[in-house]
Design a protein around this ligand. Structure first.
Ligand code: CA
Length: 617
């Protein structure tokens, strides 16, 4: 009876409390929650209501371990920023934040969660991994119900090359077995956050909501479920992020908190896209300003990262995605374009909370020193320290594509690979570079090698056995061959990803003989690479090419792998005495791809336009 009575009193107390305070009518609260146990414990919470004057509200809170340090009002009264200080003693729970307006009191329940301690989450990535880049709109349509949704400008028009085609998270999840079987370890999806733009919203680089997965790809929850599925399958996820610019239909852009959240000009001013202005010791200020402050496009306003509120917003947004979704790494778009001091702070804040994390920055230039400038630990003359662990290795890609298409010469043909790698002294950590043969912004690799299967295989062997963290673009294994000068042809749908497709290239029976040859070759090489520590971290030793034959070794402890690339259209005999430093007295070898045992290493027979991967014994 006593119990029932006390329950009744509690209920009455709760009801009267509920009568006094109303839920705060609000459009947005960002970040929607935070975590205890984070090193980033001063959290700036944005409150927004499009038709209210929030500056008239007086916020307060009473929660053990949490202090309302500051209330920031901005030009636009639809916004209010609350700075919460979360001490180490704070416990997870719901913080009732009260807002007084005249005699009324409203409450917003702000959730403080515990930082996750689960294993296999937020692992980072390195040269053990092979990345598989997917353009989500073009991979597979797992859910036709999300193709065209109310409230979104663009629906599915599969016949339009620049339109949305309907691919989604479920399509990727449904085909994870196909990806896993190929032998890659890590997914990198082109940006999956909301792009509710009027045109060309499929590629994802014009974000309209920094906290939401585009509903046409799926929900935040579906994204997290895909990441958990990856982790359960021993795979990882890299999130593609963009903070240099946003979509002009970003909700922030439509009702800016302050004019200074984006770079403003009297008339439309485009970036000059000349990244060298950032690292150039002789740059003019006007060139640099145009580079970093000019808009990426009319539909992509330039974010001002030197606005302190927006800077905090972006950093917290990144930390929020890492902790919320458990991603393993980030690929950051247009790395030299934002304010570089902000980028260094952004990177430090990530590593401060997640020391095991990895970020790769896109510096799209064909110059090793210009890329190296952005990798952490390089002593730059201007004193800049980026703290960025990894950079995308564009110069190596260009070297491979030239090397496979030229006749051998002093500096042409396979000498290109030697010359490129020989300049690695410029990189603080060349093995941390993300290496690749193609991506969504260039002609497909199979197109570049003139649909030549021998060259195709040779370049893949190079990519997967030299230093670096390799990335493969979806469809390489299916010999997709688009030309970037006809732009969308490099971003084609995977046949079989759509129910109406006549062939299903996700199955052996649905692939051509040539496609199966490519798929099987890559599968074998990738699965071999997966457990080869000697490739992941072994010492690299190479020799100056002669007669368009390039030879290098990877060695670790007692293990040695010898790679021989013959770039000639004819068979060659190769005496190996010159390579004694690499062979280290070993006399036998096993061909990693064919299993063939070579009993005598003193002279090797090299088939035309072929690379051999030999495990020395
Ligand atoms: Ca769909």
């Amino acid at each position: 009876m006593k119990k029932i009575l006390s329950l009744l009193f509690a209920l009455i107390a709760l009801t009267s409390y509920a009568q006094k305070t109303l839920p705060l009518p609000i459009d947005r609260v960002e970040p929607q929650n935070w975590w205890v146990g984070m090193k980033h414990h001063d959290v700036q919470v944005l409150f927004y209501k499009h038709d209210a004057n929030l500056t008239e509200y007086q916020p307060s809170l009473n929660y053990p371990g949490v202090t309302l340090k500051e209330v920031v009002k901005v030009e636009n009264p639809h916004y209010l920023f609350l700075n919460l200080q979360i001490s180490e003693s704070a416990q997870a729970g719901i913080i009732p934040i009260q807002f007084k307006l005249g005699k009324k009191t409203f409450t917003h329940s702000y959730e403080l969660k515990n930082k996750s301690t689960a294993k296999n989450r937020i692992q980072g990535f390195d040269a053990k991994d092979v990345l598989y880049l997917i353009m989500p709109d073009r991979f597979a349509n797992g859910d036709v119900k999300n193709d065209s949704l109310p409230g979104f400008y663009e629906g599915v028009h599969r016949d339009k090359p620049f339109g949305r085609h309907g691919g989604d998270i479920k399509g990727i999840s449904d085909h994870l077995d196909f990806i896993k079987e190929l032998g890659v370890t890590t997914l990198w999806l082109n940006p999956i956050l909301e792009n509710n733009q009027k045109r060309e919203s499929y590629h994802g680089y014009a974000i309209t909501d920094f906290y939401k997965v585009d509903k046409r790809f799926g929900s935040n929850e579906e994204y997290v479920a895909l990441i958990e599925k990856c982790h359960a399958n021993g795979m990882k996820m890299i999130q593609d992020m963009v903070i240099n610019h946003m979509g002009n239909y970003n909700w922030l852009m439509l009702d800016l908190p302050e004019k200074s959240w984006v770079h403003q000009f009297p008339e439309f001013t485009r970036s000059n896209y000349r990244s060298e202005a950032v690292s150039d010791p002789y740059h003019s200020k006007s060139d640099l300003d145009k580079m970093t402050n000019g808009w990426f496009d009319k539909t992509m306003p330039d974010v001002n990262q030197s606005n302190p509120l927006f800077a905090n917003y972006l950093i917290q947004n990144t930390l929020w995605w890492i902790e919320y979704a458990g991603i393993d790494g980030i690929r950051m778009d247009t790395y030299p374009y934002p304010d570089k001091d902000f980028m260094a702070r952004w990177m430090q804040e990530i590593l401060n909370d997640y020391p095991q994390f990895n970020v790769v920055g896109e510096v799209l230039v064909n110059s090793k020193p210009m890329i190296a400038y952005w990798q952490q630990n390089l002593i730059n003359k201007d004193g800049y320290q980026s703290h960025l662990p990894s950079v995308i290795d564009f110069p190596l890609t260009n070297a491979v594509n030239a090397a496979l298409n030229e006749k051998g010469s002093w500096d042409g043909g396979l000498s290109r690979l030697y010359t490129n790698i020989s300049q690695d002294f410029i990189y603080p950590d060349p093995n941390g570079n993300v290496t690749f043969l193609d991506n969504h912004d260039m002609s497909r690799y199979f197109h570049n090698v003139g649909r030549d299967m021998n060259k195709f295989k040779m370049g893949l062997i190079f990519l997967l056995t030299t230093r670096g963290i390799p990335e493969l673009y979806y469809g390489t294994e299916l010999l997709m061959d688009g030309n970037y000068s006809i732009h969308p042809t490099v971003r084609m749908d995977v046949p079989g990803g759509w129910k109406e497709d006549k062939v299903n290239s996700f199955t052996v029976a649905g692939r051509t003989k040539e496609q199966n040859e490519a798929y099987d070759f890559m599968k074998q090489l990738l699965n071999w690479r997966k457990n080869k520590k000697v490739i992941h971290e072994g010492k690299l030793l190479h020799f100056i090419p002669e007669d368009n034959i390039y030879i290098y070794f990877r060695s670790l402890g007692n293990e040695t792998v010898m790679v021989i690339m013959n770039g000639n259209d004819s068979e060659k005999k190769l005496p190996t005495a010159r390579f004694a430093e690499g062979v280290q007295g070993k006399t036998k070898a096993k061909n990693a791809m064919t299993g063939e045992v070579i009993q005598n290493l003193s002279e090797l027979t090299l088939p035309a336009m072929t690379a051999l991967v030999l495990e020395l014994e």
